[in-house]
Design a binder for this molecule. Structure first.
Ligand SMILES: [Zn+2]
Length: 181
């Protein structure tokens, strides 16, 4: 085979594989073009991490994802859970869109115990919250109006949930069911 032709085919194959591994994780999200670099600040634990969780070829960095799982761990039990990459992609896109230095995360993963506790004391949490499955984050961006954050999340998140909490000034985003509140 003509080596030039072969390299074009091989190149296309590589592109298709990279494309295929990237796209299924992010179905249901519009205009996704985050740079794969994210800065998350856990406001309850006051811990921060900056990581390149997605490489230039579209693959995910396992070590970086573990660091993210750790920073977003349950504040009551310290337990960790795998955070969904499509959720990260959405939050990354939100950070980049507003050119925010960091994303303040009020709530990432919640153990069943913590979620049940919050429910019992009357906080506005669902008893089967997507936070218990690593599918949700409650976020705010320093210097960005929460209403703008909500509107942008609403635009971006075609299939998941977006909730607005004006009294606490944060926005809930999840990759569970499509809901708005
Ligand atoms: Zn939430």
């Amino acid at each position: 085979m003509n080596p030039k032709k072969y390299s074009i085919i091989a190149g296309t194959g590589f592109f298709l594989i990279a494309y295929a591994t990237f796209i299924p994780a992010t179905q249901g999200l519009r205009d996704l073009r985050g740079d794969g670099l994210i800065t998350l600040h856990n406001t309850h634990l006051n811990e921060m991490v900056t990581v390149q969780y997605r490489n230039a070829n579209g693959s995910y960095d396992r070590k970086a994802l573990k660091e993210i799982n750790h920073i977003l761990r349950c504040r009551q039990t310290n337990r960790e859970r795998k955070i969904r990459v499509d959720l990260l992609e959405m939050v990354d896109q939100i950070q980049d869109h507003f050119e925010a230095a960091q994303v303040d995360v009020i709530s990432g993963y919640r153990s069943k115990q913590l979620n049940e506790y919050l429910w019992i004391i009357g906080r506005k949490v669902s008893r089967n919250s997507p936070h218990m499955y690593g599918q949700a984050m409650d976020i705010r961006l320093p210097g960005v109006k929460t209403t703008l954050l909500r509107d942008y999340a609403d635009h971006l998140n075609l299939k998941g949930g977006v909730g607005y909490y004006p009294s606490n000034q944060f926005v809930h985003v999840d990759v569970g069911m499509k809901r708005r509140w």
